[in-house]
Write a protein that binds this ligand. Structure first.
Ligand code: D41
Length: 665
């Protein structure tokens, strides 16, 4: 079918408009239109591309996510090697570097940039279109991560023209990073799900970008700044200042916090400025990069040992301190995962008192060889949870005790297992009080069922007295159970019961999150609620339907599946539903969410009432008459006037079979 010229033009106009607003919003942080208006443009483009699939191009703003998972990372050689940086740690060392540069090229101009703690990538634009993205790797060969990079909203899929042209070829380099706030939130979610936390924003960024399933990357809030180019054709750049001012004009994000410095004093002043700002900056930094501005001067300086002579990283002092490990405790999480934690003699690290540091898992403890009684270096990188960097073996007395993962759960005494292929040991006992406490805490937490008055201590008491063994028991608590508890009176018992009762109206996504299914965070819970619309439907879902949902990867699907296959959990769900906790008040959502249907004529396999119920159960709406607001008209036998009207308005028609297919059969 030929595409009408006006559709073609409209699609191009929409794309240009959406690209402009993406740039204003994600790069310049200066949106010009409300989200609702943007959504409208976006939906119009989606609708046109659905109607005319031949118009879809890889650089369309609709094509960021949705690429299928890859089998492996393909190696990508960098046409020009990605160099590393020499380091210096003091003004003295910096001065020596400056003197060497001065001897070689006279009076240099420097450009100073904050050094972001992320991972370096290269993006290749051919005729303005993003075609290939890779990690730095060893500098000569990286890994292909094009589909993952496409999900970063700041990354333009197509460059803006400059003086009416885009460069024929542009290889740009920069840093993919995660902001500190986003990093903290991600770790919070992972902890709640019983998943290992990332040690710092750089690991979080790297772990998120190096994902075989781009849907996982899409769910991680990655950002990007560019600071260098490799090969360029059709664009002339002579200095770093030109580069940093030209890239933004092409739509490429550049960190605006750079400065031209002409003397060591100016460099040092900027360094001190950044150091003072460090905690307040939204991203983690580990220093400042100083680069010779002029590209010809760079050529004269050349490189040594895979690092340019014309640039240096002037590092910030590490936020580290030395203290002693009192003991290595083991915490049992909601999912039964056992986490070794170093209990420290309190020590101040850049203004914050640190008294415990995670050791992640057994392998980590042994790799670092941390022992109870050891003197250790602890680090707090920005906002990051403190970690043990290394022990100081020279301070050992011989009384230190190497760590052994307990063979029995410290909370219930049950056996501890390490599932093959996993780093974590787990307590397998579903009735382990530590697990129950954690899961009830999680259920009652603010982002979960938000039950006011059900704090940590009370959860401990309820579980220890056998009043609560699983979530559903909360809804069976009676006043006479509560009043005799410590720190509980008539009034607070009543308030608590009211809060518990009130949580029955919990929206479905929150309920799903609150259940604490491993790997199901808030976002996954929302996607699942949207697709299935009810707890019962979700609990019956097969893995295939689960992985078919955009944003739900194989890990989440397998976890949901195994959660609902577990006999105990099935019982729990049935009890919750019987008690009236079924994720009520959830907006009608499902595969047909937002779609309006009209029926005309008789259907063969369904009564009209059944068909209407089906639409509603899948999140759709049924209207009685045809208007422009109707998305589909389902045409049965002997259709009436509504068919004529639908044709007039150009509303898509469905046969009964097509309708059934839309509803998933
Ligand atoms: O912000 C950074 N992490 C950063 C890293 C930066 N602003 N500039 C950099 N410039 C270079 C050269 C001078 C080699 C183009 C870098 C890096 N390199 C770099 N990052 C990791 C290895 C090298």
């Amino acid at each position: 079918m030929a595409v009408p010229e006006e559709v073609r033009r409209r699609v191009e106009a929409l794309r240009a408009e959406i690209r402009r607003h993406d740039h204003l919003y994600h790069v310049l942080d200066r949106p010009e239109i409300p989200d609702a208006e943007y959504d409208k443009l976006f939906r119009e483009l989606v609708a046109l591309e659905e109607a005319y699939p031949e118009l879809v191009t890889p650089d369309s703003p609709t094509q960021r996510a949705g690429a299928p998972p890859a089998e492996e990372f393909r190696p990508v050689p960098h046409a020009i090697p990605m160099l590393s940086l020499q380091n210096c740690f003091s003004l003295e060392e910096f001065r020596e570097w400056d003197e060497r540069v001065r001897r070689a090229v006279g009076d240099p101009e420097y450009v100073c940039e904050p050094k972001l703690d992320g991972l370096s990538v290269e993006l290749v634009y051919v005729d303005g279109v993003f075609t290939l993205g890779s990690t730095r790797g060893d500098g000569r060969v990286g890994e292909e991560v094009t589909a993952n990079l496409r999900t970063i909203r700041q990354l333009p899929l197509r460059l803006f023209p400059l003086d009416g042209k885009v460069p024929r070829l542009l290889e740009v380099r920069g840093e993919v990073y995660m902001e500190k706030a986003a990093f903290r939130k991600l770790n919070e979610e992972r902890a709640k799900r019983g998943e290992p936390e990332f040690a710092n924003p750089r690991n979080a960024a790297a772990g998120s970008l190096r994902q075989l399933d781009p849907a996982v990357t899409a769910s991680r809030p990655l950002k990007l700044f560019l600071y260098h180019v490799g090969r360029v054709e059709g664009l002339e750049l002579r200095t770093q200042v030109e580069l940093l001012t030209t890239l933004p004009k092409l739509g490429l994000p550049v960190n605006p916090r750079w400065r031209v410095c002409r003397t060591v004093d100016e460099v040092e002043a900027f360094y001190q400025e950044l150091l003072r700002e460090r905690e307040r900056l939204p991203y983690a930094t580990d220093g400042m990069v100083v680069k010779v501005n002029d590209f010809r001067a760079r050529e004269a300086l050349g490189e040594i040992a895979r690092a340019p002579r014309w640039a240096i990283a002037y590092k910030f002092p590490a936020e580290e301190a030395v203290t002693r490990v009192r003991e290595i405790a083991v915490q049992v999480g909601r999912t039964g995962a056992l986490t070794p934690v170093a209990i420290l003699e309190p020590v101040e690290v850049s203004g914050v008192t640190v008294s415990r540091a995670t050791l992640h898992n057994e392998d980590e403890v042994h790799r670092k060889d941390v022992r109870a009684g050891d003197w250790v270096v602890v680090r707090r990188a920005g906002e990051v949870i403190p970690e043990v960097v290394r022990p100081l073996p020279e301070r050992r007395t011989g009384d230190e005790v190497p760590f052994r993962m307990p063979t029995h759960c410290p909370a219930c005494g049950g056996p501890v297992v390490r599932p093959p292929g996993e780093a974590a040991h787990r307590c397998e006992n579903i009735s382990c009080p530590a697990r129950i406490k954690e899961s009830i805490r999680h259920y009652a937490s603010r982002r979960g069922a938000d039950i006011e008055g059900l704090g940590e201590k009370l959860v401990d008491t309820l579980v220890e007295r056998g009043l609560v063994r699983r979530i559903s028991d909360l809804y069976r608590l009676r006043k006479e159970d509560l009043v005799p508890l410590p720190r509980m009176g008539e009034k607070s018992a009543e308030n608590l019961l009211r809060a518990i009762e009130g949580s029955k109206g919990l929206p479905l996504p929150r309920l799903l999150y609150a259940l604490g299914i491993p790997h199901v965070g808030e976002r996954a819970a929302e996607l699942l609620a949207e697709h299935f619309g009810s707890l019962e439907r979700l609990s019956a879902a097969g893995e295939e339907e689960l992985t078919g949902i955009r944003g739900v990867g194989p890990e989440i699907a397998a976890s949901v599946r195994s959660f609902f296959q577990n006999e105990e959990n099935r019982k729990l769900v049935a009890e919750l539903v019987a008690l009236g906790v079924a994720g009520k008040g959830a907006p009608a959502r499902g595969p047909l969410a937002g779609k309006t249907f009209v029926f005309t004529g008789a259907l063969d396999g369904l009564t009209r009432a059944q068909a209407e119920k089906l639409v509603e159960s899948l999140g759709g709406r049924v209207a009685s008459g045809v208007s422009r607001n109707v998305d589909y008209v389902v045409v049965g036998r002997d259709p009436g006037e509504k068919l004529v009207r639908a044709r007039e308005l150009g509303i898509p028609l469905l046969t009964e079979a097509e309708f059934r297919a839309l509803g998933g059969g």
